[in-house]
Design a protein around this ligand. Structure first.
Ligand SMILES: [Zn+2]
Length: 558
């Protein structure tokens, strides 16, 4: 290696894991003008130092390519950091205490929003009635961790005009009780949006709920609130070593706001935002996806992909299954797009040169998406677009090999597996049914035939922490001994959050590994992660610094 220039920044004394097979390990990295100019030994790289070079001593700790978070929701997550955090709370007394204190500190809030209580917290009682006992006078809404269900009290349902029910499209539901009033369980965005609108966070939800633009256009004041949500979300991501974000909801408004942050020098991660296609749309709407790609396709802000939801989630029994849900003969939920409709859309979008990413959780949903991708391939030939499936929580035994065969990216969320990251086993396992457990969250069965893997948190569905995600990926235990071990190796998990993510977004030519010429996106940990003796310790590993585009965007203690 011959020094050619003076570096702006040198990271030295690191246990550098480059993700470059030609030079997997190194000790130092030189950076100039936002790109990597050298990777090598401490001696080699020190020759690039000049009077103005910033030297960062990694103190023997792991240095990695900046984490690529392949599936998350920046706008929603940023907004929700302000809500009451109830992660996994299953205790009604605790809920009552937290909610009462939260409400007392926010006497003027039009809607009190809590995040992530346990799915089973209300038992068999109507959620509305339980919440009424805690706070009868003020509108309350609790968002399930998976963002597919909201539970609201009477005041909220009344103020939103849904206490007596609401006409919704297929798959979305205001659940009604025997008394003719809403129980307070609101399934999917169309059902819960009227309630969430009371709190003014509906603009952050649009990209998920409908993919539409805010109408009327937000005022300057509203725009300022929304920019603050994104700033908060970006800072949260930077703190966790994330330098690239694949957002899984979107509209033009989201990219407009990010563009404003970029102009102000406040963009601390590279963000990709899709066009979200919902069943109510017509293929002509895909014109918007082309517009988004035309406006945003550089290394910092990009669109170029289309997001779909094929089904819901296992916990609310809206995931589309090949078998009847246990205890509900004849009920399998359904796909949100008919097989022919989806195949037609996939073929059309593939021909437009846009990537496709589809949320598919049940085995019937996964199969339908694979069928659509196969149809696109038959019609257009292999496009190299690397279409994706998000979640793949249950896969039919015949479909594991098809994922790899069709060059489909498997976008997997390690913290979503029941039992991981403090997630309860129920109701997920009972809803899957014991005879299907060995094909559920079956990471090794997906990866085994050679599918490309990208790992993610789905924040704010799960904790954004990549280290906690890696911890889940490598420490997950089998639910019962007869279910095979589905853990990832530590090496595979690290790849899934770096080069695997870059491959999934078709950007491995310029990021995802530490190689000369690639962007200077790096994360420095507080210890050598490969030397951690007990994998359980990985959850305690901290990010010391995050560098994006050669700029320090997070430094612990700073
Ligand atoms: Zn998601």
């Amino acid at each position: 290696m011959r020094p050619v220039a003076t570096a702006d920044m040198i990271i030295t004394n690191g246990a550098v894991l480059t993700m470059d097979p030609d030079l997997p390990r190194a000790a130092a990295v030189g950076i100039k003008d936002g790109r990597i100019i050298a990777v090598g030994s401490v001696d080699e790289i020190s020759r690039l130092a000049g009077p103005g070079t910033e030297i960062i001593d990694a103190k023997g700790a792991t240095v990695l390519p900046g984490f690529i978070e392949s599936h998350m929701h920046l706008f929603i997550g940023g907004a929700e950091l302000e809500n009451l955090q109830l992660d996994g709370c299953a205790d009604l007394d605790l809920l009552a205490r937290e909610l009462t204190a939260f409400a007392a500190n926010r006497p003027d809030a039009p809607l009190l929003v809590g995040q992530g209580p346990d799915y089973g917290i209300f038992g068999d009682t109507a959620p509305r009635l339980v919440l009424d006992k805690i706070l009868p006078g003020r509108p309350v809404a609790l968002m399930a961790h998976d963002h597919h269900t909201v539970w609201a009290n009477t005041a909220a349902l009344e103020a939103a005009g849904v206490l007596h029910g609401l006409e919704t499209s297929d798959g979305h539901e205001v659940v009604m009780g025997a008394d003719g009033l809403a129980t307070g369980a609101l399934l999917e965005p169309e059902a819960y949006s009227p309630v969430m609108r009371l709190g003014g966070q509906e603009r952050t939800m649009l990209g998920l709920a409908s993919g539409r633009e805010p109408d009327p256009a937000p005022s300057q004041a509203e725009r300022a609130i929304d920019l603050a949500h994104l700033r908060r979300g970006l800072a949260h991501a930077a703190k966790h070593g994330i330098t690239s974000i694949v957002n899984m909801d979107g509209n033009i408004y989201t990219l407009d706001l990010l563009e404003e942050l970029r102009s102000a020098g406040e963009l601390t991660a590279r963000v990709r935002v899709p066009f979200h296609y919902v069943p109510e749309m017509k293929p002509e709407n895909l014109q918007t996806a082309l517009e988004m790609r035309a406006r945003w396709s550089d290394e910092w802000l990009a669109s170029g992909f289309v997001k779909f939801f094929m089904d819901g989630v296992i916990d609310s029994r809206t995931a589309f299954m090949k078998h009847d849900y246990p205890g509900q003969p004849g009920y399998r939920s359904h796909g949100r797009f008919a097989a022919e409709t989806f195949a037609g859309l996939a073929t059309r979008i593939d021909a437009m040169g846009l990537q496709i990413a589809v949320h598919a959780i049940g085995d019937a949903a996964v199969a339908r998406v694979l069928d659509g991708y196969a149809a696109a391939r038959t019609a257009n030939g292999a496009s190299g677009l690397r279409h994706r499936i998000e979640h793949l929580e249950l896969v039919d035994d015949n479909d594991f090999a098809r994922i790899a065969e069709l060059d489909v990216i498997a976008s997997v969320q390690p913290p979503h597996a029941p039992g991981c990251s403090g997630l309860p086993l129920e109701p997920t396992l009972s809803n899957i049914g014991r005879d299907r457990w060995s094909d559920a969250f079956a990471w090794q069965k997906i990866a085994g035939p050679g599918a490309a893997i990208a790992l993610a948190s789905d924040w704010p569905v799960s904790d954004i922490s990549v280290l906690k995600g890696i911890h889940s990926a490598v420490t997950r235990t089998a639910w019962v001994p007869e279910v095979p071990d589905q853990r990832f190796s530590l090496e595979a998990a690290l790849r899934g959050y770096t080069i695997g993510g870059a491959y999934a977004e078709r950007s491995e030519a310029y990021k995802g590994s530490l190689e000369v010429g690639k962007v200077a996106d790096l994360v420095i940990l507080d210890r050598d992660i490969m030397a951690v003796a007990d994998h359980d310790e990985i959850k305690d590993v901290a990010v010391v610094a995050t560098i994006c585009g050669g700029r320090v965007v997070f430094q612990a203690g700073a």
